[in-house]
Design a protein around this ligand. Structure first.
Ligand SMILES: Cc1cc2nc3c(=O)[nH]c(=O)nc-3n(C[C@H](O)[C@H](O)[C@H](O)COP(=O)(O)OP(=O)(O)OC[C@H]3O[C@@H](n4cnc5c(N)ncnc54)[C@H](O)[C@@H]3O)c2cc1C
Length: 350
């Protein structure tokens, strides 16, 4: 049987969305080959999260039962997966395209001497397997041949659709929870998370927000982000930024959107004073709608924006905020500026 193992990350007893994307890919591959999808989960709440995976096509969840692996330790978690590869002989191990998914699978690859492919968007099973994967921050798609006895791969984030409210068919087989205790060597625990400090993220996290107001170099200072905070607050959203603003210390690194930051998928992304470098766009291109506010009509962000306001954000953002407040107070709108509509290729007019 062509078994596929999926490394499932979880929080508070629920699988992370990017891991569900990995399960969707694994499910489509086993549907073609007749195999089974098995999950591997590590850390507190693993068994609880494993039980919930039945509706996502998993029949067996291997739950690591060793408290020393309770906090994130990439080399030790990889060792646990490597041991499971020996025991279960899967044709593939798949992880979500998160920092952890990529890091842990890279450790598995190094430890077992196998190749690993990151940011995969499509797989064609054959001899050898053929993959399509994102390169250059998603601006290129590469067709590759993947010749390995166990295919280690991560899934490009937010490319594969997931039904997060999936409910299993009536009478679906129950999931088997299989605890196992891997061999843990002290040297694999040298790099591990020893404590956590909660960032001051406000009520809504950037990763989950339905509206994100992003600021770039054009915002000009840490203090000037107050107007973006105000707009985000009115829209029930969160504030993020480009790498320029996190490098300048105007915002914490956890607010960075892009290739080396967060990848967001809000309903609306308001990009203020952001030029739209490819490394930034890769982090926001899953947004359903992008509104760009920029003084430069030729900035690259215009190529991906659904709507654009050409103007100084220090005037435009307060004007939008004032308009929202006016409407909320039941007063008639007073349009004060010209809004340019642009629909980039590949986006539906809204
Ligand atoms: C390996 C690598 C990884 C990277 N990872 C990331 C990443 O994760 N995230 C990321 O964002 N970048 C990343 N970068 C950096 C990226 O290449 C860009 O340098 C960065 O995104 C630019 O940030 P910016 O748009 O804020 O600044 P700029 O490119 O300087 O753009 C500023 C924009 O503001 C506009 N503007 C200026 N004043 C105003 C005003 N008053 N009102 C309105 N508009 C105004 C300008 O017209 C301009 O378009 C990475 C780069 C590398 C090499």
């Amino acid at each position: 049987m062509s078994r596929i193992l999926v490394f499932v990350e979880h929080t508070a007893g629920e699988a992370e969305r990017l891991s569900l994307e990995a399960l969707v890919l694994a499910g489509s591959l086993t549907a073609a080959t007749g195999g089974a999808v098995e999950a591997i989960l590590v850390g507190p709440g693993a068994a609880e999260a494993g039980i919930g995976l039945g509706v996502h096509g998993v029949r067996t969840a291997h739950v690591v039962a060793d408290d020393r692996l309770g906090s994130y330790a990439p080399a030790a978690w990889a060792a646990a997966i490597a041991e499971l590869i020996e025991a279960r002989s899967p044709v593939a191990v798949i992880a979500g395209g998160s920092d952890r998914g990529n890091e842990v699978l890279a450790h598995v690859a190094a430890r077992t001497g196998r190749p690993m492919a990151a940011n995969v968007v499509d797989v064609s099973v054959g001899d050898p397997w053929r993959l399509t994967r994102q390169r250059w921050a998603g601006s290129l798609l590469e067709d590759a041949q993947f010749d390995a006895d166990v295919h280690l791969l991560t899934v490009a984030p937010h490319v594969i659709p997931v039904d997060e409210s999936a409910v299993g068919p009536v009478g679906a087989p129950a999931i088997a929870i299989s605890p196992y205790a891997p061999t843990v060597r002290d040297r694999d625990l040298v790099g591990r998370v020893t404590g956590r400090e909660a960032p001051d993220v406000g009520a809504i996290s950037l990763a989950e927000a339905k509206v994100v107001v992003g600021g770039g170099r054009g915002v000009g200072s840490a203090e000037a982000f107050a107007t973006l905070e105000e707009l985000a607050g009115l829209l029930g959203g969160a504030v993020g930024g480009s790498r320029v603003v996190t490098s300048a210390g105007w915002r914490p690194h956890s607010d960075q959107i892009g290739q080396t930051g967060l990848r967001i998928a809000p309903d609306l992304y308001v990009a203020c004073g952001i030029s739209g470098a490819i490394q930034h766009i890769v982090g926001c291109k899953a947004a359903k709608r992008i509104l760009a506010i920029n003084t430069d009509p030729d900035s690259p962000i215009m190529g991906v924006a659904d709507y654009a306001v050409i103007g100084d954000l220090h005037q435009v953002v307060p004007a939008i905020t004032a308009e929202i407040r006016r409407r909320a107070a039941g007063r008639p709108p007073r349009p004060t500026m010209e809004v340019t509509r642009s629909t980039p290729p590949g986006r539906e007019p809204g």
